[in-house]
Design a protein around this ligand. Sequence first.
Ligand SMILES: Cc1cc2nc3c(=O)[nH]c(=O)nc-3n(C[C@H](O)[C@H](O)[C@H](O)COP(=O)(O)OP(=O)(O)OC[C@H]3O[C@@H](n4cnc5c(N)ncnc54)[C@H](O)[C@@H]3O)c2cc1C
Length: 270
Amino acid sequence: MALDIVRADSVGQAAGVLAGDDGARFLAGGTFLVRAITAGDVSIRTVVLSDGLGLDRIALGDPIEIGSAVTMAQVLGEPHLGFLHPVADSIGGPAVRAMATIGGNLFAQSPYGDFAVALLALGASVVSEGADGEASQDLEAFLAEGPPRGRIVRAVRFATPAAGAFRYLKITRKHPHGASVLSIAAVLPVPGGTLAGVRVAYGAMSPRPMRARAVEAALEGRPLDAAAIEAATKVAADGTMPEDDPQASAWYRRAVLPVHLRRLLSGEEG
Ligand SMILES: Cc1cc2nc3c(=O)[nH]c(=O)nc-3n(C[C@H](O)[C@H](O)[C@H](O)COP(=O)(O)OP(=O)(O)OC[C@H]3O[C@@H](n4cnc5c(N)ncnc54)[C@H](O)[C@@H]3O)c2cc1C
């Protein structure tokens, strides 16, 4: 079947094509989309190109803004985003990182979406554009509601975490780069000796990246000591809905999650 390739002059025009054709998809790095097309997904009839729309920029203000077409390799090339380098570096091999975009990662299903896990912990918001103009939405709501039809993600925004407050780990069976058995990202600010504004997010522990709210509640307002870590570890698997896949069974994911959470919180991993 023929595939139409559309080059739009603006994000608004590209969004208009997507809104008017349910067989149209926005092509970012293509690591998922091109694979789906070559695998014979005939529901995709039109591809709207993302290059030339100015979505590949990083603005290092406050908040930081990363354009949706920025690749993992671009993140790795930006020294001011050093705290995100372990995240970008954990995604695929060099060829995937050269193409995979931040925007595309927001649409990934478990066990993928590692960058989205980090952004969820960072409290990021998602800026998108559709026929009704530009809108900003909390990433958690964006992930819960599913891919917005007829809207293009322009960028993600988040505040720079306090120095040393951001932690990330990813557990894989295939080294150095495999899909997640699980990933954990956390922002653990300790402004006056006690944790304030804790955010913890998991990857591969539910179909989309999720917040570990019970863990956050167990840590908030306490010093990051052995007692707090013990309390957090006890509720590590609360609310999780992992799936069985070739990386791991759901049972295994739940069983090892507390071990890795404990290591992350104690600073032994991540
Ligand atoms: C070998 C291999 C290894 C991988 N390893 C990992 C890994 O370790 N961790 C991980 O998280 N992922 C991994 N991935 C998955 C994937 O590469 C990443 O999730 C990547 O970030 C997806 O981005 P993309 O730009 O390639 O998306 P695309 O394939 O271009 O798009 C994916 C979907 O998102 C939509 N989309 C993309 N951008 C936008 C936008 N701005 N607005 C609206 N819709 C949009 C597209 O229309 C499409 O439906 C791997 C993939 C492969 C092939």
